[in-house]
Design a protein around this ligand. Structure first.
Ligand SMILES: Cc1cc2nc3c(=O)[nH]c(=O)nc-3n(C[C@H](O)[C@H](O)[C@H](O)COP(=O)(O)OP(=O)(O)OC[C@H]3O[C@@H](n4cnc5c(N)ncnc54)[C@H](O)[C@@H]3O)c2cc1C
Length: 564
């Protein structure tokens, strides 16, 4: 039987990041991936080779912000393996039915000048609002890059600026309480507190909803940071598509001696008599052994409930994983089009630059709210779809034949369609005719703003939430493996007792979007998990040496912040 130090279940970008760190630390690693290509929700693929030859599509993730809040790309020197980020500027274009439009640049000042065309008050408020959320991001980002229970690691991640921002946000009892109050509110509460015009409020609500819930949901105010991150650290895309990040990771992993087997689904995690994870069995019956650990790039629900014998997981924990981690019904219907020309927003003083960032169709806060809330009831916002669209080939023409373009659309839709239980794919109610009908409606809506769209479509693929869930394997088609609600964040993700990338099963580790700090392209769960894995191998003395060094550097930057 082939034996490695570590086996990673799933070659999503977090699995690959984790493998890269383990390989760099000298461990041998095998990655097993169920799909024919690595990357999970971070692939770029030629999905319509017959009808759209020469076009490549980001099947899921497209806009990268979170990865710039952590050190993964720099530490792994991914530029040496072909990764090149192309910055987006402008970052958001949101046309409204009355001919007005919100245009956000990377520069806050330029964005305020755009807003001032409609409201001086909102322009001024936008400056302060962005400052507030940027300070908040700076105050919490050090937590993203460490295991949530590793206080020393978190402390050592704080630079002087982070400490300053932490004190600014929560440096007195009054500030701390107001910080907690803000976190308990909803994105809409926050947006209404700051702004008066729909032209500003609607796109902010739409971006906040990217966290995977209607913007009225209490406890999800954090979604408001989505816009501020587009100003700093900024938003960008890898040249060649999100898959170029994966390709760079694959090159790094294989150059370090890592092995990746695609078309290899893991069916079972093997546990020995002492209760320790020792290997995996694939769908074809092949067994592989790991002497030091199994890392799961898939979430704990799939791991414990699908890949492990019920006898080996503690009954209480298994029950909690099954019943305490419930995902909402909100999922994504994805549309990819090959276009003969880029969409033109004729009634909005069209500039090709508008197409560089994300195009949001969000006519009002209520429009966004209704679209997202309907999914919770299993309903589809067919009458008036709101959406997030991107024309990636304006920034990166390499993804389509000369002069031609692609269109990426994300439309939030229910996983389980109400009234259609037990029919369609996996009983979700999704059929080919339903998804094409929804695809038609979403494209019709976008064509109201960009009338040349319909005649420019060379080919299209609509993927229903049920198909997307099947492709990625995620429970309820959840974009982030597990809902990103407040009760499943930081040291509560996925559950308080397993929030440190380890599990009660010895040598079984959790990585991926279902672990802290959660979904998106960040590589953070992969890196944090690798650090926990490596420390476990090192034993106590090394840990103490690390802790000492980290405490000293953390205290140094704390005093630096206080006295600067
Ligand atoms: C439509 C969509 C759009 C998105 N857009 C953005 C965006 O613009 N920006 C952003 O930051 N984030 C975005 N996200 C979220 C982001 O893509 C994910 O959170 C992130 O890619 C998750 O990475 P991961 O490595 O943790 O997990 P995954 O990418 O899900 O990787 C898990 C891997 O495990 C494999 N696997 C599953 N079961 C098995 C098994 N039994 N055996 C072997 N392998 C298995 C899967 O095939 C997959 O490759 C989007 C997600 C979706 C779905």
């Amino acid at each position: 039987m082939e034996t490695y130090d570590a086996i990673v279940i799933g070659a999503g970008h977090n699995g690959l990041v984790c493998a890269a760190y383990l390989l760099k630390a000298g461990y041998s690693v095998l990655l097993l991936e169920k799909r024919p290509v690595p990357g999970g929700a971070a692939t770029t693929e030629a999905i319509m080779p017959d009808t759209a030859p020469g076009f490549t599509f980001n099947r899921c993730a497209i806009d990268h912000e979170f990865i710039h809040l952590g050190p993964v790309a720099q530490e792994l020197e991914l530029h040496k393996y072909g990764l090149k980020y192309l910055p987006c500027d402008p970052v958001v274009f949101c046309p409204h039915p009355d001919g007005k439009y919100f245009l956000a640049h990377q520069s806050v000042e330029k964005t305020c000048a755009e807003i001032a065309r409609y409201s001086d008050r909102d322009a001024q408020r936008y400056r302060e609002y962005t400052q507030y959320w940027q300070s908040l991001v700076s105050a919490i980002a050090p937590m993203f890059n460490a295991p949530p229970t590793a206080l020393l690691d978190i402390t050592s991640n704080f630079e002087a600026e982070n400490w300053k921002d932490l004190f600014k946000m929560a440096g007195s009892p009054q500030k701390a309480l107001d910080f907690v109050r803000t976190m308990l509110t909803s994105p809409i509460d926050v947006i209404e507190e700051w702004f008066e015009t729909e032209i500003v409020k609607a796109p902010l609500a739409r971006l906040a909803a990217e966290i995977g819930a209607p913007p009225s949901q209490k406890g999800l105010a954090i979604g408001a940071m989505m816009m501020s991150m587009r100003h700093n650290p900024g938003m960008s895309r890898p040249k060649g598509g999100t898959g170029a990040l994966v390709q760079a990771l694959v090159k790094l992993v294989t150059s370090l001696g890592g092995k990746i087997l695609t078309d290899t689904a893991v069916k079972e995690v093997l546990i020995d008599d002492s209760g320790q994870a020792v290997g995996v069995r694939t769908a074809t019956g092949q067994e592989y052994r790991a002497d030091r650990g199994i890392v799961s790039n898939i979430d704990v629900r799939r791991l414990f409930l699908q890949l492990m014998d019920s006898q080996v997981v503690d009954e209480t924990l298994r029950d909690r994983v099954e019943h305490k981690i419930v995902n909402s019904n909100e999922a994504i219907l994805k549309i990819d089009c090959a276009l003969s020309e880029a969409p033109r927003f004729e009634a909005y003083n069209h500039q090709d630059d508008y197409l560089i960032g994300s195009i949001l169709i969000a006519d009002s806060v209520n429009h966004v709210e209704k679209n997202h809330a309907m999914t919770l009831f299993g309903e589809i916002a067919l009458d008036d779809p709101s959406m997030y669209a991107v024309c990636p080939t304006v920034l990166d023409p390499s993804m389509a034949p000369d002069g031609q373009h692609t269109l990426w659309i994300e439309f939030f839709a229910p996983y389980q369609v109400a009234g259609a239980e037990g029919t369609g794919l996996n009983g979700t109610g999704w059929t080919d005719s339903l998804k094409e009908k929804v695809g038609d409606r979403v494209l019709e809506k976008l064509a109201q703003y960009a009338p040349n769209l319909k005649d420019s479509i060379i080919a299209r693929q609509v993927e229903s939430p049920a198909e997307l869930a099947e492709r990625l394997g995620s429970y309820n088609g959840n974009v982030y493996h597990i809902d990103m609600s407040l009760d499943r964040m930081i040291f509560l993700r996925p559950l308080p007792e397993i929030a440190n990338y380890t599990t009660p099963i010895k040598n079984l580790y959790l990585s991926g979007a279902g672990a802290h700090p959660g979904g998106s392209i960040s590589g953070m769960p992969g890196r944090n998990c690798a650090n926990v894995f490596i420390r476990k191998q090192q034993g106590l003395p090394q840990k103490m040496i690390d802790a000492q060094g980290k405490t000293v550097s953390g205290l140094r930057s704390l005093f630096g912040a206080i006295f600067s």
